[in-house]
Design a protein around this ligand. Structure first.
Ligand code: SDX
Length: 392
């Protein structure tokens, strides 16, 4: 049911878990981080504040936030040898594969991040990854674009620094675009955590063996990559582009999505838990209108998306199955307007989800949960004797 269930002692940690971090009501379309509604946080908070809230359980005071940011800045240098790993990838490598590899490689350069039993050691590993991950995200994008791998500017705030690392062009002054900065902040907050989804469960189960934080996050990034999960935001744009190339014929794609002989699914629709509107999709849809309007971007893809949404919301197949737009349906339209390449969309999802993964990993370790060991219902062959090959 996705709800909190009392764990059967015999099968502790078999897939359901207890958590204080995120509350999600799939029927009512409610999402709260540590009790605060996503609607309020997306409007009023800053991503680093929300990261602190998710990880430590309370909104930070100004002093706590300053110290947190200062500790993160102190850890924002990535070992120069990691550039050699970036250089070794082909330009056509998918950014999620690059990011997962680089995140795992961080362990080699930060061995102290592995055996973290004390809260202090966990904190040190956490500020390390929050400092280095945005650099890896920027390097992953710039590698594809043939741009120099750059560092940002620690005098900037967290979001400003991310954008500067991603977008600063050589030999050109860089000017922050407030519209893009606000859009990034909102999108990162909306992606920051989502209870026990596929990638978060991956981070928790890998971390439950006491593998290091960076190795657990690398596994989570790989899980997020799948098109049924975070990879859907890229797949949505590819689907909308295909519809546009097809002259905007949404009916053909609706028919494909309902055809059981066709593996095609309407990307950005449906959800394991939400059987109502994904509250994040509502906020992102409104933000897409605002951001494109403020940027003066006319993107026919947005109108195609809205048309597809209306068709699906009025189609019995989708209504019966309670298939609504999810977080991935409109997010790519904003990323695209921000100048982010399509195959980097899921990397942006990972950047947002990072504090949620960290918070869930930390909660699991502080609660000293046992190693994850899901059980099964065996439905295979009953016992039988070996037959030598000449008798088979
Ligand atoms: C994310 O878990 C999380 O919280 C994830 C996430 C997060 O923040 O971490 O919210 C992020 O991953 C969002 C989901 C992004 N994925 C997509 O948009 C991919 C397209 N969606 C589907 O693949 C699907 O809806 C899932 C994977 C999201 C959910 O799958 P379910 O709940 O297992 O749905 P299902 O496979 O049981 O489908 C139920 C019925 C089936 O038809 P019937 O067998 O009953 O006839 O609905 C159909 C499905 O064929 N269906 C779809 C559909 N999704 C489900 N039909 C067409 N298009 C779709 N998108």
């Amino acid at each position: 049911t996705g709800g909190v269930t009392t764990l059967d002692a015999g099968y502790k940690n078999t897939g359901s878990c207890e958590s204080e971090i995120t509350f999600l009501d799939g029927e009512k379309g409610i999402l709260r981080y540590r009790g605060y509604s996503i609607e309020e946080l997306a409007e009023k908070a800053d991503f680093l504040e929300v990261s602190y809230l998710l990880i430590f359980g309370e909104l930070p005071t100004a002093e706590q936030l300053d110290k947190f940011h200062s500790d993160i800045k102190k850890n924002s240098v990535v070992d120069d040898d990691i550039r050699k790993i970036v250089d070794s990838f082909p330009k056509f490598a998918h950014p999620m594969g690059v990011l997962s590899s680089l995140t795992s490689a961080l362990t080699a350069f930060n061995p102290s991040s592995v055996n973290v039993d004390s809260e202090a050691d966990m904190y040190n590993a956490i500020v390390k990854i929050l400092g280095k991950f945005p650099v890896l995200v920027a390097w992953t994008m710039r590698k594809k674009q043939g741009l120099p791998l750059d560092y940002g500017d620690n005098s900037l705030d967290y979001g400003e620094n991310i954008l500067k690392m991603m977008f600063k062009q050589p030999n050109q002054d860089y000017h922050q675009n407030k519209i893009i900065l606000n859009a990034l902040n909102k999108l990162l907050i909306l992606h920051a955590d989502h209870e026990q989804n596929c990638s978060t469960s991956t981070v928790r189960i890998v971390g439950s063996s006491h593998a290091g934080l960076f190795a657990s996050l690398s596994a989570g990034i790989s899980a997020l990559w799948g098109p049924l999960h975070g990879g859907a935001n890229q797949a949505v744009l590819e689907m909308l582009e295909a519809i546009k190339q097809d002259g905007g014929d949404t009916k053909k794609y609706m028919a494909k999505a309902k055809d059981k002989t066709d593996p095609f699914r309407l990307m950005g629709f449906g959800h394991r838990v939400y059987k109502n509107f994904d509250p994040r999709a509502k906020i992102i849809k409104k933000a897409a209108d605002e951001v494109l309007g403020d940027l003066g971007v006319k993107d026919p893809i947005l109108e195609i998306a809205k048309g597809l949404e209306q068709e699906a919301l009025n189609d019995p197949y989708f209504v019966e199955r309670k298939l609504y737009p999810n977080v991935d349906f409109y997010s790519g339209i904003i990323y695209r307007a921000m100048g982010i390449p399509t195959d980097m969309f899921t990397v942006m999802f990972a950047l947002g989800r990072l504090p949620g993964w960290i918070a869930q990993w930390r909660e699991m370790r502080l609660r000293k949960e046992p190693i994850g060991r899901p059980r099964q219902l065996y439905i295979g062959k009953t016992e039988r004797s070996f037959v030598f090959i000449d008798k088979r």
